[in-house]
Design a binder for this molecule. Structure first.
Ligand code: HEC
Length: 619
């Protein structure tokens, strides 16, 4: 982030913090302050409310101007001011910020009236302004926005009710007479509890969408900010518990020591409010940077969690014992919490039960590298596969091709290659492979190949692996997507197969006079399946209603996936299902009936939507 971006994020944070404070003050006035209370600190609460509204309005205007400056690439105050009305009028972001600023202007009317009913109107207006937040960040652009927008709105309203209420609470604890202070602390608890519960529950789906998982959480800047936010939230929550369970009862009692309880409470609420402010600033910084799910994570640990051991029968037994020991330990700890008399005994037994199995936890961790969770940037395209093939021939075949090379290195067509994450393969090809003693087995290629080339090699390794199994047994696992292939249909260029829509495709390789593609188009076509002609000849023009792929790389990439030699590939047909998976290869001699049966079989056994794709991105 440069300085301008930091300033923009700060303005955003300040604006949202002021808005949360406005909403929180109004909730406090409505739900926490007892009816009819008129003590002087309450007038001060009303003043904070107005100051918050003014600050939210001013910071919001400045934030809009700063963002407008970025969008318009403004290089001075004059061009920045000129950009504001344009962005306000013509962008979604501008529309929603303006709607919010108008609501903030409107809120001054009920605030000026100073009566309980007008305060409810003010509360509703401030709530509406706050609930617009999802439209101003990443969630508004998400593909599941219908679900996430109400969730983020609830998150914000809850944050406002809790964090925004802390400043008025602090003021009252400092200034109000002791009985009222104790009562307010008491009455703040249910508001805080509901709010904290809502914040925690609504945070999860948002994190799922924007962070994705552990790699995004630990391996990206966005994830790190989320961790900081989580830490601050836990700090504020811990303080809230101390306030509630220890300090508030002491403040309410008539014994000596309520003075010191009040001082401790003041300190604690002040820290809680500061932590809350930092949470809001961290959230603003997150909203101003790309979500973790959209960047390459850099995994920071030397190991990663993995359930691979579960698939090995002898290791699975060990894991089952570990699970049973862990379950017994948890039951014992549960008992110790309920029957406090036995708590030391139960915790001791839990330890004795669990410790002998603790070393099995190792089985759940495997070696990891910074790129372990990196994802391919090539999209498993025909051009990447073909580029990978060229590079493989130049750099790798000498060791890795059993036919032409020395054949002493790992056989990359073995099915165990799928047991490696793409990111692990990327690391080995980049940095080389060593044996457990550290002696080099394979050199690294990172210094001579670009990142795209390294991913292209991985695409080729995967495609060749599928081909080897397809040629051998006609089956391969796990499922692979059809490679991204550019097409020309009826004279229109189409970026990829996926854009043809959801129906089955029959991709037919040209070049075998005995099995002409024309037999499968026109009257002889397969019902429900569109035929695509795969040709060598870049000059081919598609006939009417026909799709052709004449990219020089396409024929070769598909051939690699079939595992058939160049001389024999002509006439082969691939079935791609409506979800975009490559499902079956049929040899040239298969007749119409066989093709129909294969298409039916593919449709009767769809691939589960959550199947782990073998490579590339599917869209
Ligand atoms: C000098 C010989 C040599 C060259 C050249 C070479 N490798 Fe290797 N490669 C090895 C050896 C040896 C191993 C590791 C030990 C083994 O055989 O399991 C290995 C391991 C691998 C592995 C891990 C296999 C696994 O299942 O664990 C991959 C992936 C790989 N190489 C890819 C490549 C690629 C891609 C290239 C070309 C850019 C390449 N290698 C070039 C010798 C070589």
């Amino acid at each position: 982030m440069d300085r301008y971006e930091i300033a923009t994020a700060l303005l955003r944070g300040l604006h949202v913090a002021a808005l949360l404070s406005l909403f929180g003050c109004l909730v406090f006035r409505r739900c926490v302050v007892p009816k009819g209370a008129v003590e002087p600190p309450l007038a001060a609460v009303d003043r904070i409310t107005v100051v918050s509204a003014v600050l939210a309005l001013v910071a919001g205007g400045a934030w809009l101007a700063a963002v407008a400056g970025t969008i318009a690439g403004a290089n001075g105050i004059a061009s920045l001011l000129a950009a504001v009305p344009l962005v306000a009028r013509h962008t979604n972001f501008g529309n929603f910020v303006c709607a919010r600023l108008l609501l903030l202007v409107a809120v001054f009317v009920p605030l000026a009236l100073q009566d309980p009913r007008a305060r409810i109107a003010a509360l509703l207006i401030a709530g509406a302004a706050l609930a617009l937040q999802p439209m101003l960040g990443h969630i508004g652009a998400s593909s599941v926005r219908e679900i996430l927008i109400p969730i983020e709105a609830a998150h914000l309203l809850a944050a406002g009710a809790w964090l925004g209420g802390l400043l008025p609470l602090l003021l009252c604890v400092v200034r109000a007479p002791q009985p009222l202070a104790a009562k307010l602390c008491d009455r703040f608890t249910p508001v805080g509890l509901v709010a904290v519960g809502t914040i925690a529950v609504t945070a999860l789906p948002q994190a799922g969408e924007l962070i994705g998982g552990f790699p995004g959480l630990f391996g990206t800047q966005y994830g790190h900010m989320a961790l900081i936010k989580l830490g601050l939230f836990c700090l504020a929550l811990g303080l809230a518990c101390i306030n509630r369970l220890l300090l508030t009862p002491r403040l309410g009692s008539r014994h000596l020591g309520s003075g010191s309880a009040r001082r401790a409470l003041i300190g604690s609420i002040a820290i809680e409010a500061t932590a809350g402010l930092c949470v809001v600033l961290a959230a603003a910084a997150m909203a101003s940077s790309p979500p973790a799910a959209h960047v390459q994570p850099v995994w920071p640990f030397a190991w990663r969690p993995s359930l691979d051991a579960w698939d090995e029968p002898e290791l699975r037994e060990e894991l089952e014992r570990l699970l049973i020991a862990a379950a017994c330990g948890l039951v014992l700890i549960g008992i110790s919490l309920i029957r406090r008399r036995f708590r030391f005994l139960a915790a001791g037994i839990a330890l004795i039960v669990f410790v002998p199995f603790a070393h099995s936890l190792d089985l759940l961790l495997v070696e990891a590298f910074p790129t372990s969770y990196a994802h391919s940037t090539t999209g498993f395209s025909v051009s990447a596969i073909s580029r990978g093939q060229t590079l493989f021939g130049e750099q790798c075949a000498i060791c890795h091709d059993p036919q032409t090379g020395s054949g002493r290195a790992a056989d990359l067509t073995a099915s165990h290659i799928w047991g490696h994450l793409d990111g692990d393969l990327f690391w080995w090809i980049t940095n080389g492979v060593t044996d457990p003693e550290g002696a080099a087995l394979m050199p690294g290629f990172g210094s001579m190949l670009s990142e795209t080339d390294l991913w292209a090699l991985i695409d080729f390794i995967h495609a060749r692996n599928v081909g080897a199994h397809a040629a051998d047994s006609g089956k391969w696992s796990p499922p692979v997507p059809a490679p991204a292939t550019p097409l020309n249909c009826d004279g229109d260029d189409i970026g990829s197969l996926a854009e043809l829509g959801a129906h089955d495709l029959l991709v037919v390789a040209e070049g075998n006079p005995a099995a002409p593609v024309s037999a499968l188009t026109g009257p002889g076509s397969i019902p429900g399946a569109e035929t695509i002609r795969l040709t060598h000849d870049a000059g081919t023009v598609p006939g009417e209603g026909e799709c052709v792929t004449a990219a020089s790389t396409a024929w070769e990439a598909w051939r690699v996936l079939s595992g058939v030699s160049r001389q024999r590939f002509g006439g082969y047909r691939a079935i791609v299902d409506s979800q975009g998976w490559l499902r079956a290869w049929l040899p040239p001699r298969s007749g119409r009936e066989q093709i129909l049966a294969a298409v039916r079989d593919v449709n009767d056994h769809p691939i589960a939507a959550d199947a782990r794709p073998a490579s590339g991105h599917r869209h």
